[in-house]
Design a protein around this ligand. Structure first.
Ligand SMILES: [Zn+2]
Length: 215
């Protein structure tokens, strides 16, 4: 089994500030005690749609900063959720060197993507890439270097348009791969092979190791 552990920005409003330090210590202990099965910290990050006021955003930042420190201490990548907060995300990632990490269900611009790639991170594309007229994320998908692109479903969220109204499921990742291949002018096979290699690299998994764990 391969997994990650983290405090999702949807849930951090339930954490009282005075309890945060203790919770982060427990998270770090859990991650370090189950290594090497834990391959990432996350999902964690920022979602300013869920935090309309300054105090709520500051609380999200505090929770996220603590998890950045855990990832840096343990040398683990992060799976990063970022909605409506790309500027703040870039600033926090720049504060200190951060292990190469994954911006999951990437929704930012090509320029934000370029800055993330320059810091060593990966962009993971999900069902939003398949939405007709999704120009911004298509531009990002075209410009990301092949060795930094990933694919995912974000199931059960983000069902690709061609599969609705079915709930999203992992098998639909082929839709995202096909759309990524289309917008980049590459073959489905090359996108599949490249994203597999990239996933193994960023999460520190041997190729056959990941295949065996998924059986
Ligand atoms: Zn997310």
């Amino acid at each position: 089994m391969v997994f990650s552990l983290g405090l999702h920005p949807y849930c951090v409003s339930e954490i009282k500030s005075e309890a945060l330090g203790d919770l982060l210590s427990k998270l770090q202990f859990q991650l370090s005690s189950v290594l090497p099965a834990a391959h990432a910290v996350g999902e964690c990050g920022l979602d300013f749609r869920q935090a309309p006021g300054a105090p709520a955003r500051a609380h999200q930042v505090a929770c996220f900063r603590g998890q950045l420190e855990i990832a840096r201490t343990l040398g683990l990548p992060l799976t990063l959720h970022c909605v409506g907060a790309h500027g703040a995300m870039l600033e926090l990632l720049r504060e200190r060197p951060t292990p190469p990490s994954v911006l999951h269900a990437f929704s930012g611009s090509a320029e934000v993507g370029r800055q993330l790639v320059a810091m060593g991170h990966y962009l993971s594309f999900a069902g939003n890439l398949c939405i007709p007229g999704a120009r911004k994320v298509v531009e990002a998908a075209r410009s990301v270097p092949a060795e930094r692109m990933l694919i995912e479903t974000d199931a059960p969220d983000q069902t690709p348009p061609g599969r609705r109204p079915a709930p999203n499921e992992p098998a639909f990742v082929v839709d995202v791969a096909a759309r990524l291949a289309e917008v980049r002018g590459e073959s489905l096979e090359s996108v599949a092979a490249q994203t597999w290699t990239n996933a193994c690299r960023v999460f520190g998994l041997a190729d056959d190791d990941l295949a065996a764990r998924n059986e």
